[in-house]
Design a protein around this ligand. Structure first.
Ligand code: PBG
Length: 350
């Protein structure tokens, strides 16, 4: 009879004639160095992608009230922030434009000289070595806030018109210097449309990070304040449930990710992060692709708000949350806490 971890110490003792527990897991937790020795997962600054909002109407950065520590940047201040990101050794940023030139289709985002073009160029001019990812979507650029032009007959977003436009947007971003195009609209066929457009225009080197499994979530609220893409009064449906995934589904996420890989995604993402760790785990296990978690605005602000009330220790809770993504299988994390976490990691290593 062997010793079983599923028996009580007394049962094991009876079998083996032992006088003590053979297995005492606490032995390996007895000191900080012992814990370091057996630690299975680690957070590293290399894991972070820092999302940045660039508001063309601003001349100075303005803090997002529901996201303490996150500022909408002006085009000028974007450069200052990017230098800080580089100094913090965070390898990548994800740029979101906040448009002051909205229309039904979000055309500013696919015009030469539009905000997408300008902000990506500025980022690459300022920090050529930084990985610059362009969020490819229309909700920040449309006057109704949806992720593509509306089909008024069906009161829905017009899928195929959106992917025609997103192909144009991807070319603008790639030619401005974006290293990665990250389409977040959850339109069918968008990865294929982007890959084909990039390849036909000589942009084979531009990679695609697919927001492959993106859920219709209540955790995006602060982002929508920051990016000015809330729904409600405007035209079209009152929510994004006809294109973003239903929170109840898990197999569907696997099908969505499979489609995006098949269409040419280089990296895949699960979004939101914390409430969807099971999806993240499944996606990584199933496909073994470079897999990212988006630690979204609502997850960030929950910790900030609780910490401000004295209800949580902000740094401990934030680092634990970020580590959880690694444990679940993420290769990297898109997080508003990237700079804070990089600082904490630096101090831990000093
Ligand atoms: C827009 C987009 C959203 C987020 C990233 N890209 C909002 C949405 O889909 O409504 C949310 C990110 C966050 O909450 O931090 N396509």
């Amino acid at each position: 009879m062997t010793l079983s971890p599923f028996k009580t110490p007394q049962q094991n003792n009876d079998v083996q004639g032992r006088t003590d527990m053979a297995m005492r897991p606490r032995r390996l937790r007895s000191s900080e160095n012992m814990r370091r020795l057996v630690r299975e997962n680690h957070l590293h600054t290399d894991d972070f992608i820092y999302p940045i909002f660039v508001d063309e109407a601003l001349s100075e950065p303005v803090e997002v009230s529901s996201m303490p520590g996150v500022f909408r940047q002006s085009e000028q201040s974007l450069s200052v922030l990017l230098k800080q990101v580089e100094a913090a050794k965070v390898p990548a940023v994800m740029l979101f434009g906040v448009s002051n030139h909205k229309d039904h289709e979000g055309t500013d985002s696919f015009k030469k000289g539009g905000l997408m073009d300008r902000m990506v160029k500025r980022a690459k001019d300022t920090c050529p070595e930084l990985v610059v990812m362009a969020d490819a979507c229309f909700c920040e650029y449309t006057d109704h806030g949806h992720c593509g032009p509306l089909d008024h007959i069906h009161n829905d977003v017009d899928n195929d018109r959106t992917i025609e436009n997103i192909a144009k947007q991807a070319i603008i971003a790639a030619e401005a210097g974006a290293d990665v195009i990250a389409p977040s609209g959850m339109m069918d066929g968008q990865i294929e449309a982007i890959r084909t457009a990039l390849d036909q225009t000589g942009n084979q080197r531009t990679a695609i990070m697919a927001y492959a499994a993106k859920y219709a979530s209540g955790f995006y609220g602060p982002f929508r304040d920051a990016a000015g893409c809330s729904l409600g009064q405007g035209a079209g449906p009152k929510n994004r449930k006809s294109y973003q995934m239903d929170a109840a589904n898990s197999d569907e996420a696997i099908r969505e990710v499979a489609l995006d890989i098949d269409q040419g995604a280089d990296m895949v993402m699960v979004k939101p992060g914390l409430p969807y760790l099971d999806i993240l785990y499944r996606v990584k296990q199933t496909f073994g692709m470079p897999t990212f978690a988006y630690n979204v605005s609502g997850e960030y602000c929950m910790i900030k708000a609780a910490a401000r009330n004295g209800w949580l220790d902000e740094n401990i809770a934030m680092m634990e949350m970020l580590l959880a993504f690694k444990r679940a299988g993420a290769d990297g994390i898109i997080t508003y806490a990237a700079l804070d976490a990089a600082k904490i990691l630096r101090e831990q290593n000093d």
